[in-house]
Design a protein around this ligand. Structure first.
Ligand SMILES: CC(C)(COP(=O)(O)OP(=O)(O)OC[C@H]1O[C@@H](n2cnc3c(N)ncnc32)[C@H](O)[C@@H]1OP(=O)(O)O)[C@@H](O)C(=O)NCCC(=O)NCCS
Length: 147
């Protein structure tokens, strides 16, 4: 196992797509290649990956900040490696990435019905906020844009 996560590259997109599909994070309206390129295109966000000894990507986390709060997305560990501490190490890696940039608070969104993931994050010290997240589509989704 490689000792530390590394920043993702364009060439990792197929492997990342597979991982997000097998962990239920893939959404057809959100093409992974678009999200990966967007995260890598700006210094305020990144995507970290972890490879096994055969250079297969087995975990990801996307982190970004808006100058006020840090956000975590796409935390995924391939099923065969879950429950071995990798998920926690990747949350830690995301927190480190933000701290290094002066960001002191990290947030994430979990669907209300996903109680297992809420328990996971609570176990890592996160608390639920009593807020209503509001959303509006202000442009065409990436998957529906012309090439
Ligand atoms: C969420 C996910 C990344 C967790 O990864 P993981 O490698 O299995 O988690 P870890 O082994 O690092 O677990 C860390 C700790 O959390 C605990 N934990 C793991 N899953 C838990 C759960 N569902 N509820 C409560 N605690 C949990 C572990 O027991 C461990 O505790 P310990 O440190 O006291 O030993 C993994 O389950 C996953 O990829 N899920 C599918 C994708 C997903 O839903 N991502 C989150 C989107 S919001």
């Amino acid at each position: 196992m490689h000792p530390t996560p590394r920043k993702a590259h364009e060439k990792d997109i197929p492997a990342i797509t597979t991982l997000w599909q097998e962990t239920g994070l893939y959404r057809p309206y959100n093409p992974p290649e678009w999200d990966v390129r967007f995260a890598l295109s700006d210094s305020n966000s990144t995507l970290l990956v972890w490879e096994d000894n055969n250079n297969i990507i087995i975990a990801t986390v996307m982190i970004g900040h808006d100058g006020h709060r840090g956000w975590l997305y796409y935390l995924a560990v391939t099923p065969a490696h879950q429950k071995t501490g990798l998920g926690k190490r990747f949350v830690d890696a995301g927190e480190d990435w933000l701290r290094e940039r002066g960001v002191w608070r990290m947030q994430l969104m979990v669907r209300s019905e996903n109680s297992a993931m809420q328990d996971f994050y609570r176990h890592l010290g996160y608390r639920a906020l009593d807020v209503t997240v509001m959303q509006k589509d202000i442009d065409t989704p990436p998957a529906e844009r012309p090439e």
